[in-house]
Design a protein around this ligand. Structure first.
Ligand code: SAH
Length: 372
């Protein structure tokens, strides 16, 4: 552990939110998350070394290069199934330190035409991470462009990849009370000193599609991400106009259900979600059933979700591990096997992480979503 402050320390963002709530009343958890992660000055991704072994959390591409290489091969294969469009957009949503894109581009060298035809777009809100992405991709053969929002990316045939992006998108929470649902909001503790959860006074609108109260018990929590649904709708609209495929990788559940999944992490440890916003990562599980419904409602095709372990095995993880281990010293080969097991085995990241693809309706099912 390094300099983790006690949760009792107030971050600058917490001070500001307390003042704001005193003036205007409670805010939604979605507004809280958006500020905690994306505030231009004090947001978590703007101000912290978030990702990697030295950061607060680590991700699959940071653990094993095989992750990005297999995804790179999937993208090349899917591009061919789209008729090898030239030019096309190769988009990454939330590229972190740029490791996944670097591994994708290295694997894609097998098909120089793919890289030559790709306009790489990186959707990234953090200036600090944009800088890291730029440094990491400087030696690659592509000239990436950065987007502030999905609308910045011009209509063209498009491939999209998003690893641990949707879990950062703001969610709202609703709590079951004796006579229905109330929104759970971020307000103040009774002494007015700290941030605390409070309940809204009025029932949420009927068109929010909350579960029937008779199927839940008092105290249960239901989560909904309007931000995620908007993103899905934007992707589907593009895939209606142009051929496209998106690979979405995240932790979450296959079926919508009740439960509070809002979590914060700092220095690889859980952290109270309302303590010191801006100093800890804050995320929620992705509801893949809600995502699937949104894709179908928007007229695109959905494939999966399948678990990350199954997907990577189907794409040839085992073979790739053996290839990389060939001729290596025993301890280096062991390190390769250990990191591959971390991303794929069910008791590590293989089961909780799911992979889902969205495609234009005319495209065939992409690799990895059915038994070969
Ligand atoms: N995909 C990377 C990083 C995951 S962390 C990896 O696998 O290692 C989440 C990433 O999404 C960060 O780059 C963060 O800055 C970015 N991000 C989160 N919310 C965003 C938003 N609303 N708009 C743009 N980028 C966002």
């Amino acid at each position: 552990m390094t300099d983790a402050p006690e949760p009792s320390e107030k971050s600058p963002l917490e001070e500001r939110l307390i003042q704001l709530i005193k003036l205007k009343g409670p805010i939604t958890i979605a507004d809280y998350m958006a500020d905690a992660l994306g505030h231009p000055h004090d947001g978590y991704y703007m101000s912290r070394q978030a990702i990697g072994a030295d950061g607060d959390f680590t991700t699959a591409p940071e653990i094993s290069q095989i992750f990005g290489e297999l995804i790179g091969l999937w993208l090349v294969e899917t591009w061919r199934a789209m008729g090898s469009p030239k030019p096309f957009n190769l988009v990454e949503l939330g590229p972190g330190r740029g490791v996944l894109m670097a591994d994708i581009l290295r694997a894609a060298r097998l098909r120089p035409e793919f890289t030559r035809s790709a306009q790489v777009w990186l959707l990234e809100q953090s200036g600090r991470l944009r800088h890291e992405q730029q440094k990491r991709l400087r030696s690659s053969e592509v000239k990436p462009l950065w987007a502030d929002s999905f609308a910045d990316i011009p209509a063209a045939p498009t491939l999209i990849v998003a690893n641990e992006f949707f879990d950062c998108l703001p969610i709202r929470q609703f709590r079951r009370v004796d006579n229905g649902w109330r929104e759970q909001l971020v307000g103040l503790t009774p002494d007015g000193e700290r941030l605390g959860f409070v309940l809204g006074n009025t029932p949420p609108p009927a068109d929010y599609g909350l579960p029937d109260p008779s199927e839940s018990r008092e105290g249960d929590v239901f989560e909904k991400s309007f931000a995620s649904q908007e993103f899905i709708s934007d992707i589907c609209t593009l895939f209606d106009e142009e051929n496209g495929a998106a690979l979405i990788i995240d932790y979450g559940h296959m079926q919508s259900g009740l439960g509070d999944t809002l979590q914060a992490v700092r220095n690889h440890e859980y952290w109270p979600p309302l303590s010191s916003p801006g100093l800890a990562d804050i995320t929620a599980h992705v509801d893949f059933e809600a995502m699937t419904r949104a894709i179908i409602d928007n007229g695109a095709s959905v494939h999966g979700p399948v678990t990350q372990g199954t997907f990577l095995e189907r794409l040839g993880l085992g073979l790739r591990v053996e290839m990389l281990c060939k001729g290596k010293k025993a301890e280096d080969a062991q390190a390769i096997r250990t990191s591959a097991a971390r991303i794929a085995s069910p008791d590590q990241m293989g089961e909780i992480f799911k992979i889902l693809a969205i495609t234009s309706p005319s495209l065939p099912p992409p690799a990895g979503f059915s038994t070969p």
